[in-house]
Design a protein around this ligand. Structure first.
Ligand SMILES: N[C@@H](CCC(=O)N[C@@H](CS)C(=O)NCC(=O)O)C(=O)O
Length: 228
């Protein structure tokens, strides 16, 4: 059975959605990132990057949400492009844009708005600007088709869904006015039974969700390291 290393936040949720869509048999293994479990040696042996999600499939270990989506897509033959070189190229392009742009800029925009220490206007403006710019590119793309690959629901939509659900936290209260097409997709995926089951995973374990001193100590480790 697949072992899915999970914490209920943006990146693991992408994989949770795939697992529930495909109905693969899996065991959810909680990783309490706000208690520092991502740094345990046994977890680092699976994901040396000390982040969630990760997946173990027999002898195979996969880490990083995009790699896991591609792995599961190849394993099951589900939710991939239609197989033509041009559709495959589109899928890879959007997956990489989401992984290298949407995720990191949205993550840092959230960090500087809610958790940063001595945040300068320049840092805040840079990340808000870049996050918005990336989301506007996605929104303009979604204005042209129902899904990221046109009419085909794919891992590109699942990958986007992870952060898209949290868009108001990234771009503020006007997020859905800025990105109405992203809103449309989030609502559509929200009506799929699989997204309900993926979201319900969070309540299958009592995860620590408070962002208290213990949590920031683990998640923003650089602070202690840089201050010494
Ligand atoms: N590129 C990675 C990013 C993973 C990531 O940042 N995961 C967060 C949860 S959404 C995490 O585990 N953070 C723990 C930490 O920063 O210590 C992916 O897509 O899987």
């Amino acid at each position: 059975m697949l072992k899915f290393y999970f914490y209920p936040s943006t990146n693991p949720m992408k994989v949770a959605l795939f697992l529930e869509e495909s109905r693969l048999d899996y065991q959810m293994v909680p990783v309490e990132i706000r208690k520092g479990e991502q740094f345990l040696p046994e977890y680092l042996a699976i994901n040396p990057n000390a982040k969630t999600p990760a997946l173990v499939d027999g002898e195979t270990k996969v880490f990083d949400s995009t790699a896991i989506l591609l792995y599961l897509g190849a394993k099951t033959g589900q939710f991939m492009s239609d197989g033509t070189p041009s559709s495959h190229a589109q899928m890879l392009s959007w997956l990489m844009f989401i992984a290298s742009g949407i995720g990191p800029f949205s993550g840092q925009a959230v960090y500087f708005q809610y958790f940063g220490k001595e945040v300068t206007n320049d840092a805040l403006n840079r990340y808000l600007y870049e996050a918005k710019r990336h989301w506007e590119i996605i929104d303009a793309h979604l204005a042209q088709g129902r899904y990221m690959l046109g009419e085909k629901y794919s891992i590109a939509d699942m990958s986007l869904w992870g952060w898209a659900r949290a868009l108001p936290r990234v771009l503020g209260e006007h997020a859905w006015d800025i990105c109405p097409n992203v809103k449309r997709l989030v609502e559509e995926i929200g009506q799929r039974p699989a997204s309900g089951r993926a979201t319900a995973l969070a309540s299958k374990y009592e995860f620590k969700t408070e962002m208290d001193e213990e949590a920031t100590g683990h998640m923003f480790r650089y602070r202690a390291l840089m201050e010494t």
